[in-house]
Design a protein around this ligand. Structure first.
Ligand SMILES: [Zn+2]
Length: 389
């Protein structure tokens, strides 16, 4: 029904009946439910011919209905965002939680946060979930085989749980990669076709958008920039290697190095305070860390040729003290011909970047989106995922 209304615009019950071939009873039951959930609204047609009984009532998609939800299941927090049928972001919400929270409880938290969006009136209208097409989900860790068409791969537990709660397809990817996609569609690199995103957080990771598409790699490991070696024989890394960028440029690595050099900071906020106060130890440290990051970015630029590099994560909050040495090293080490062609920017979407990337994943990949220009048009076929409605 939703596909038909999306394709043809407002239709009467009779016209819908002809196009879907369902029995009158089934059709009316489905439409009643769609109207009740707010996915579809009714209107009396102005163009009904006179003198032929009462004017026909038509049904149309509700412009306030939610189309896609993005959920970022980060290690210690949950972020959700939603867009309506016009692809406008209608709201976002976040909540921190313990790192060990079980999936079942995380999904309950997600359901509650999504519920909070439906109650909030924004400029784009209160969100109703009746027209939901799919949910795009970001999780920590390696995600790959589902997208390579590997039928044997078991679904992630969060896919199963969300599918049960919302009854729509659940698309999954690594949350840092989704942040890269989010920044390239709604954020610092909006409109960029070739974007490199680097996140400097508890871990160091990133993502690549190549030719407008999120790059996953053959086994889902694309974007692991934090595990590029910067100090052969250096400190041991969580990945099992040594001297990775993450051992130099993660939050823990930077705070440890700051304290070892005599500085005092319990967290990033205190480090930022020291930087703003002009603390020499902090500035010298970030100068060195930035140089290492810039060298890695220069190598990546030579390999991939992005037009925009986006730096995100908590450590980016140290501002020019870190970004300027990154820029200098990038300039010094990238091929001269691309020096002035790549632009380095701070991320703009903050903590909801991953959730917004989840939405982008849905809008790019859902076959149900006949409105999306590049998407296949399945509106005339039955929609298996919504048959139960
Ligand atoms: Zn590593």
């Amino acid at each position: 029904m939703l596909g038909l209304l999306r394709k043809h615009g407002p239709l009467s019950r009779g016209e819908l009946g002809k196009r879907c071939g369902l029995s009158r009873t089934t059709l009316y039951d489905i439409l009643a439910e769609l109207v009740a959930t707010g996915a579809v609204v009714t209107a009396t047609s102005q163009e009904a011919p006179r003198g032929r009984g009462r004017p026909a009532e038509t049904l149309t998609l509700n412009p306030d209905a939610g189309q896609a939800i993005g959920i970022d299941f980060a290690r210690r927090a949950l972020h959700v965002a939603a867009v309506n049928l016009a692809h406008e972001v209608v709201g976002s919400a976040s909540e921190p939680h313990d790192a060990g929270l079980p999936w079942k409880e995380r999904v309950e938290l997600a359901v509650r946060l999504v519920g909070s969006l439906t109650g909030t009136r924004t400029g784009a209208g209160a969100l109703r979930l009746g027209a939901l097409d799919a949910i795009g989900v970001g999780v920590v860790g390696v995600v790959g085989s589902q997208h390579a068409g590997d039928e044997e791969a078991a679904p992630h537990p969060v896919q199963v749980l969300l599918r049960e709660r919302f009854g729509v397809p659940v698309l999954l990817d690594n949350n840092t990669r989704l942040a890269a996609l989010g920044e390239s569609i709604w954020g610092a690199a909006a409109g960029g076709q070739d974007v490199l995103y680097l996140r400097l957080s508890h871990g160091v990771g990133g993502g690549l958008v190549v030719g407008g598409s999120l790059h996953r790699g053959a086994y889902g490991l694309s974007g692991e920039f934090g595990h590029i070696t910067v100090e052969p024989g250096g400190a041991r890394c969580d990945c099992g290697g040594t001297g990775c960028l993450e051992t130099v440029a993660s939050i823990r690595a930077v705070l440890d190095a700051f304290r070892a050099a005599g500085g005092r900071a319990a967290d990033v906020a205190e480090l930022v305070k020291a930087v703003r106060a002009g603390d020499r130890t902090a500035l010298t440290l970030l100068d060195g860390v930035g140089a290492r990051i810039g060298e890695v970015l220069a190598a990546l630029c030579n390999a991939i040729g992005p037009s925009v590099i986006v730096i995100g994560g908590e450590l980016a909050e140290t501002g020019p003290a870190l970004v300027e040495p990154i820029e200098r090293a990038l300039h010094d080490h990238v091929m001269p011909v691309s020096r002035h062609r790549v632009s380095l920017r701070r991320a703009t979407l903050g903590e909801v970047a991953g959730a917004l990337g989840g939405i982008a994943l849905v809008l790019h990949e859902s076959p149900l989106l006949s409105r999306y220009p590049a998407g296949p048009d399945l509106a005339e076929d039955p929609i298996p995922d919504k048959e139960s409605r």
